[in-house]
Ligand binder design. Structure first.
Ligand SMILES: *Cc1c(COP(=O)(O)O)cnc(C)c1O
Length: 452
């Protein structure tokens, strides 16, 4: 038995992998990764994998980035962790100062947690308590988009609308108001993404008319509904939503966990719309994908509603053991340093144009490619059995999964979202690596679906 096989047996004996039907592992065994470098991962036998999905959308600047490694190592010999209530440390303080220079305007107060879902829970509780403490105890509900994804904990699932993750838990979830999200590929108004006036915003208008009085906040994935299949909608929608939220005193929560730190071509997706949220959640790219850390950032106005004498009971009594972890902060600081020293966003923008062109050249004419959409370096290939009708493959066929398995054999990590294949590579990917990923993707699509 080679070393990979031995580790697989030992893995399957104990490990329950996330988001997996473990029975699938009988056929597709876990790949035991030994090391990473740049956009590549290497398994125990030295086989190379191109990590086109940034290891669950978090690796921002490559695996084992020397500058981030160094930042963490330096911190490690000084302080690994300290209670963050009443105590602080320089990495957290400096990190907030540096983030202040790049986040949307008006956001000024930083509440740390340790994963994306936790930062969403924090945002929901903050919004609820803000409304309560400013004279609106009737505002108890949350609005969210259909097909939204905001994480896996109970509150985050409640503002998510993907049956795959939430359906079974419905009896446990709080009831929320779902607004029909923009669906530009199958636009009910027959418009296109770049030429519309967000006609579908009328769904939001109607929902606000009916429910805004009892609503404390609306949470959105700005411009990109990631887990829904990398659905992309135009900035004008966010502009309109900002106005509507102001009109009805509904807070606007931006879940920038997937979109933050340059994924959409700008530092944050909200920057495309030139409007600001009241609360913003960031995680994933924050530490370059190195350490679990998240931050819920809000305005002075919201912060001030909690600021009072202790006995008034207005404090935000929310905490996580690893809030503000110094190692996480040191990784995040290293990421910020790289953004300051290197033209990461400029280069990523050039590569984004290159990648989209390559993908279009390779696949847009294929009989089962309905659409190739992109924002920043993120590209999604929507597969359909019938281009004209924009039909959907039945999920039992697991078309995306079959292509995923083929791609793995060929050394490309092309995890699908249902019938959508996507590229969401580290921002440092180069043209040669893009060429490789696109050509393997094309081969696999043709092997599974035929055509040329
Ligand atoms: C990943 C993600 C989350 C959840 O973050 P976790 O760290 O996995 O809990 C929430 N919202 C969005 C948009 C995400 O992409």
């Amino acid at each position: 038995m080679n070393i990979q096989q031995d580790l697989v047996q030992r893995d399957l004996k104990y490990i329950w992998h996330p988001c997996s039907q473990m029975k699938d592992y009988e056929e597709l065994q876990p790949i035991v990764i030994d090391r990473g470098e740049g956009v590549f991962l290497y398994d125990k036998n030295g086989k190379e994998y191109l990590d086109i999905v940034s290891s669950w959308w978090c690796n921002l600047l490559g695996h084992c980035n020397p500058k981030i490694n160094e930042g963490i190592k330096n911190q490690l010999d000084k302080l690994e962790h300290v209670i963050f209530a009443n105590f602080s440390h320089e990495p957290a303080i400096t990190l907030c100062e540096q983030l202040m220079e790049i986040i949307p305007k008006g956001l000024t107060k930083f509440n740390f947690s340790d994963n994306g879902s936790a930062s969403v829970e924090c945002a929901l509780k903050m919004a609820f308590q803000y409304q309560y403490q400013t004279g609106h105890p009737e505002k108890k509900k949350f609005m969210c988009f259909s097909d939204a994804y905001h994480g896996e904990t109970i509150g985050a699932l409640s503002v998510g609308c993907l049956d795959l993750y939430a359906k079974i838990y419905q009896p446990m979830l709080m009831s929320t108001i779902h607004i029909q999200a923009p669906d530009c590929y199958r636009c009910p108004y027959g418009k296109c993404r770049d030429c519309c006036n967000a006609e579908c915003f009328e769904y939001a208008e109607k929902a606000f008319e009916q429910y805004a009085e009892e609503t404390c906040a609306m949470i959105v994935e700005p411009l990109l509904q990631g887990s829904a299949g990398m659905r992309i909608y135009p900035p004008i929608y966010l502009k309109k939503l900002r106005e509507l939220c102001d009109k009805y005193n509904v807070l606007l929560i931006a879940d920038e966990i997937a979109t933050g730190f340059g994924r959409t071509g700008k530092m944050f997706a909200f920057s495309h719309a030139d409007v600001n949220p009241d609360i913003m959640c960031i995680s994933k790219g924050l530490t370059g994908g190195y350490m679990p850390m998240a931050i819920t950032i809000t305005t002075d106005e919201i912060y001030n509603a909690f600021y009072a004498d202790y006995n008034e009971g207005k404090a935000f009594m929310h905490s996580h053991t690893y809030s503000g972890n110094p190692l996480g902060c040191s990784a995040a600081l290293a990421v910020q340093k790289i953004f300051r020293e290197e033209p990461i966003l400029e280069n990523a923008s050039k590569r984004a144009v290159y990648l989209n062109k390559k993908l279009n050249d390779a696949l847009v004419g294929h009989k089962n490619v309905g659409e190739i959409r992109h924002i920043g370096l993120i590209n999604a290939i929507e597969l359909t059995p019938d281009k004209k009708a924009k039909a959907e493959y039945p999920s039992e066929q697991r078309i995306g999964y079959q292509i995923y398995k083929k791609a793995l054999e060929k050394g490309l990590i092309l995890r699908p979202l249902g019938n959508v294949l996507y590229f969401n590579p580290p921002l440092i990917i180069n043209e040669q690596e893009i060429d490789k990923a696109v050509s393997v993707c094309r081969e696999c699509v043709i092997e599974v679906l035929g055509g040329d």
